[in-house]
Design a protein around this ligand. Structure first.
Ligand SMILES: [Zn+2]
Length: 378
């Protein structure tokens, strides 16, 4: 009996060894020193059709625009020149300015004769919230909307992660003091553009199985995995969802597709649950481009809920978005290697969906949008 067990043990051991040997690298050591993660840059030998897309197929609204402060004619003109080359018709200034800074930009854009190319969102000051803050923020909001703001945002990721109340505690996104602010936005008919959290991996241990190891290693301020300082990713999202739930008459736009692009089904559930919620695609192209078929189906299904946005204003990066959305190209580079070490594929979105994502949805949810330059809008 003991011999039988020993034979069984040995045979299992041998089978296990063989299985391991079949997994490349598992127990082989390179005979020459391996490169580091920074040194290994293999050039693809794949030759397939390539279709560069320098200009978007349709005029586009960048819902997540971060151009410089638009307070001088020369700055405005240089941004417009870059926009023309990309077929960006309107940029939402989501830099978040309020009061005088907002007023000066709106005046400068009008003086430059470019009021058809920019719209402005205002920001809300969420620092040191305490009793009475809500009505005060809401009245500043009303003032900024009178000045010409057509939305709130971008509300940065600090809201939920870092922003403190007057009493020193973390300002929770569903804090009831802020209810009046979100209700006022609903009454004014303006969208609230909010960035919550960051990629879920940033909240996970920084180990060699983390897909964002390199980015987290490069940027200390992208590590949210210290549980004594930051809430968990899911906790933050639940808190955000309670805020959405309390304000069904407010239009919400979630920046970066709520960082759910590695699990689009989860975003679909959110869309199904909250009909007043939209999502913006900035800075998550690396995820969409690695699941072109599933992402295409998702965009077709939720074509009325997705808005184009880019986040940082780097004119040479927009064409990567056009290429992923418009072509069926295969295995091409992304523009930022620390976001993704993999290649992108085109989603080949139908024209009907492209129009909605590029401009029709934005024109529907942002009040007083300039309509000139968009097909079929006059
Ligand atoms: Zn942003």
């Amino acid at each position: 009996m003991r011999l039988a067990s020993l034979i069984l043990f040995l045979s299992l051991f041998i089978v296990n060894q063989q299985a391991q040997a079949q997994i490349p690298r598992r127990n082989r050591t390179p005979e020459i020193p391996p490169p580091t993660i920074l040194e290994y840059k293999p050039l693809s030998t794949l030759i397939v059709p390539e279709h560069e897309v320098p200009r978007a197929k349709f005029p586009t609204v960048d819902f997540h625009g971060h151009p410089p402060v638009l307070n001088s004619r020369s700055t405005i003109q240089s941004v417009v020149t870059a926009m023309d080359a990309l077929n960006l018709q309107v940029i939402v200034q989501a830099r978040g300015s309020s009061g005088e800074v907002l007023k000066r930009q709106i005046q400068a854009v009008r003086a430059a004769g470019q009021e058809d190319r920019f719209v402005f969102f205002t920001t809300v000051d969420l620092r040191n919230v305490g009793p009475g803050s809500g009505p005060r923020i809401a009245s500043q909001l009303e003032e900024d909307v009178t000045t010409g703001a057509v939305g709130i945002g971008e509300i940065g990721k600090g809201f939920g992660l870092l922003t403190r109340k007057a009493d020193g505690s973390r300002l929770r996104m569903d804090d009831s003091e802020l209810d009046v602010v979100w209700e006022t936005a609903g009454q004014l008919g303006i969208p609230v553009f909010v960035h919550t959290g960051d990629p879920a991996e940033f909240f996970e241990p920084l180990d060699f199985e983390n897909e964002r190891w390199l980015e987290m290693a490069l940027f200390p301020n992208r590590r949210f995995n210290n549980r004594s300082r930051f809430p968990e990713f899911d906790e933050l999202m639940e808190e955000r969802d309670r805020m959405l739930e309390k304000h069904p008459n407010t239009t919400w736009v979630l920046a970066h597709m709520s960082w759910y692009t590695q699990d689009l089904g989860r975003l679909g559930e959110l869309f199904d649950r909250f009909p007043n919620v939209y999502a913006e695609v900035g800075a998550v192209l690396y995820d969409l481009g690695r699941q072109p078929r599933f992402a295409r189906d998702f965009f077709v299904k939720y074509q009325d809920r997705i808005l184009f946005g880019k986040d940082s204003f780097q004119p040479d990066e927009y064409s990567y978005y056009w290429r992923v959305f418009e072509t069926e190209d295969e295995y091409f580079d992304y523009y930022r290697d620390y976001h993704a070490f993999w290649k992108l594929y085109g989603m080949g979105l139908p024209d009907e969906v492209l129009r909605k994502v590029y401009y029709e949805n934005a024109l529907r949810i942002i009040p007083n949008m300039p309509k000139d330059g968009f097909p079929g809008q006059n």
